[in-house]
Write a protein that binds this ligand. Sequence first.
Ligand SMILES: [Fe+2]
Length: 515
Amino acid sequence: MSLTRRQFIWTTAAASLSWPLAAQREHASVDRRFQHGVASGDPLGDRIILWTRVTPRDPLTHEPITVRWRVGADPDLQHVLSSGTSETAAGRDYTVKVDVGGLAPGATYYYAFDVDGEQSSIGRTKTFPAAGVDRMRFALVSCSNYPAGFFNSYAAIARRLDLDAVVHVGDYIYEFAEGEYGVGAAIGRVPDPPREAITLMDYRLRYATYRTDPDLQEAHRLFPFIAVWDDHEICNDAWAGGAINHNPERGEGDWATRKAAAYKAYLEWMPIRESADPSIHLYRTFQFGGLLDLVMLDTRALRDKQLPSSDTAGLADPRRTLLGAAQEAWLFDQLRSSERANTPWTLLGQQVVFSPITLPGTRVTNTDVWDGYPAQRTRVLDFVEREHIRNLVILTGDAHSSWGFDVPRNPWAGYRPGTGEGSLAVELVTPAISSPSPLMFAGKDGPDTAAAVRVAFPHVKYLDGVRHGYVIVDLTPKLMTASWYFSPDVRIHSDVEVAGSSFVSERGSSHLQPA
Ligand SMILES: [Fe+2]
């Protein structure tokens, strides 16, 4: 299925339309026509994606609706710098996506949408600076599971004043039926539809459920998101040609149809700039003011099938791929050009744990992560070493637990844990916003397991196996600081937040140390 940007972004050239007085009221009112809020994403130096969804007055309509948008530099949007119209219809679930250009780099903007005299809430967003920046700060998030708990951490992020963007590395939704991976009924959070999401309508309803969450809405309203999907945007342990949780024998249809439906709904609902490339993938790079390049990888859409851990010969096959050949070559180009430009930091935003987490002489514990694709990881590390890349920070989700790693080829040979000698990068793993913690850490033996992991794996600098939250990543030309923040109980809607640990990495060290 070919999904091009042209099909999704139906934007007219900015038109000099007058703005109705009725639309200039306070944004805090209940927006009957904009029930799913506003969002922005994929900031560049001169442009940014703005998003909303219009709720049609007639729920059965298929008629197109014309939405007006405007952008200004003041919070009340009294002075409009740019405006235009966008047409949406049932074919894209009445979502609206506008790629607004002609903006100034490193600037804060406010924006709103208007239909039939009703105005959306006013969103705030920020373009990336072009040059000469000495600081960037963003939140790293993943794994927000609606029935499993409240999005307290999205609310905490929305309360922050100091972020340039939110980086979401996947599992923005979960496909499961109510009760299968979190009991929403007990806390008033049953997702729509309550059965497993399989069809296009199912996935659209699921995004609509998530986007009615006020905490997620507020985070989207206040900060641009840079997002990539993982498996649960389709279904558990997806690979290019199928998934463990896809069961045609249970009436779930064919894989290609389900994958296309899931991806279409994702692209409709997320503030992402879509590629003109007809193959569906989400890898892309963002440059931030000469301070960092954020290289977003897609380790899900193009990967080979996961193998059982018993298949040691198969796992070692050099032809196996997590990225696909084209993305691997593209990644190497990005790393090389970042290094040649002497960019202080290169960040790899991606989904699954990169660092080795299998003890010598044992079978791979999780073949869904880079441990299950070791030849490709070795090629990446070979490239990093050969090109003398010493500024790499890998950003990861998926693990539902918090980790900080040095990234040596082999944690037990050629690596000095005290100095980081032999480490080629550092890796930060963000905990889940609300998904259940891994049983190995959450059970009664959890603390002992975590303690044993810390002893057995010398490159693990930080591990919290239980708590929910997010990571704040702060970068200056010489120092990267990662700070974990936690929500103590996601089964309660609460603004209580606990600061976890902070770690730093000096540029050029590829080594994490306590702050
Ligand atoms: Fe997850």
